[in-house]
Design a protein around this ligand. Sequence first.
Ligand SMILES: *Cc1c(COP(=O)(O)O)cnc(C)c1O
Length: 438
Amino acid sequence: MDADNYYIPIDVGNLAETILKRAEKYDVDDPLASFASLFMKEEPSLVYLDGNSLGMLPVATKEHIRDVLEDEWGRGLIRSYNDKWWNGPSELGAMIAPLVGAGPDEVIVCDSVTVNLFKIVMSVLRDSRRNSIVSDELNFGTDLYIAQGVIDLLGGRHRLELMRSDDGITVSDKELKRLVNSDCALLSLSHVSFRSAFVYDMERVTRLAHDNGAMVLWDLSHAAGAVPVDLNGAGADFAVGCTYKYLNAGPGAVSFIYVRRDIQDKIGSPLWGWWADADPFSFNTDFTPAKGMKRFLTGSVPVLSSTTLRSSLEIFRLAGMDRIREKSVAMTSLFHSLFKEYLEPLGFAFGSPENPDLRGSHVSVKHPEAYRICKALADENEGEWTVIPDFRVPDNIRVGFAPLYNSFAEVAIAVAEMARIAGEGVYEKYSDERGVVT
Ligand SMILES: *Cc1c(COP(=O)(O)O)cnc(C)c1O
């Protein structure tokens, strides 16, 4: 701690200024600083730190979607299916591929993450003689519910086994070795944990599963566009991922699914829709699965909420995942060191790994009054800044850093505001009544 930065918790008056100065040095040297102007932002006092739930709108998307509406739908009408839309799912998949270390013919865009999870879990469990699917207790609801639903559909002969977390943040190798055994058909994990941002070592975990004869499914929802991912390098079998979080494709945008090339034609999807047929316009009475990733489609892929990916992925291509990761680590590290100085003394606890190599692009901080602190942070009529993180039960304030549009100054503002609101008891003005979406 610098002597001149010494901070007495009650005196939060100068805090913002002191730490802003520190953060602004990083912004001056940030090679990605100019990318923020590619995103729509109208409120100067808004500090948006929830790009891990819903990314910001790229300005180019506004024009692109207008063209799709007016030219492709308005003027082109049904003709646009041949000219533009039919191959959209494969083209967009090929654009996502470099972000996740996949070949262009290994990723396709369709359906929601939830539906894509179902296709894989159902296929693998149905065809395996093994009886367990392994996940961890930190995993996202939908990933676990789909596993439970598939087990129910298949008559209850399988079981879902959850690796335990001792600290609520990480999962140990001991747990992996305990459950990934000769009865495990599928290991289904989030690469970056949605609450704590813990990152599994994809290559090592995949190898361990393969050594035990299990297949591996990675949910990349909090990883794609946030951390470099190398599915091919790790030998991963399956992956799914979200496009409306770090990939900025808009609310409810269509998700993606990856299946390793050499198993694509051995694995069938359980949902036999016409877009998955080898010859959709033959309208045969019997289904013949398409070759390659197309067999994982179901029905019509929403054009409007998948084409939004194009303009966003172009920004990722220009920025490059290496630079994005470098800035992300610098941001979460700055947050961590400011946290140690200013938030820990006020009763906050760090809910993410301290080692940046084990951490994604968001961090969780815990506080008994987390919910009311979030409300105060986001209140436009309170304080100079409107800071939007999100709240995750039971006591997590989740702060997402999107290197494409967040600045280091915003990291500092978030810390200063959290310190002010907790240190001065500002949150006491707010009720603990919860909205549906937190
Ligand atoms: C966001 C997220 C999802 C979202 O699923 P949808 O079906 O797109 O609503 C699924 N899994 C994880 C791990 C997520 O973070």
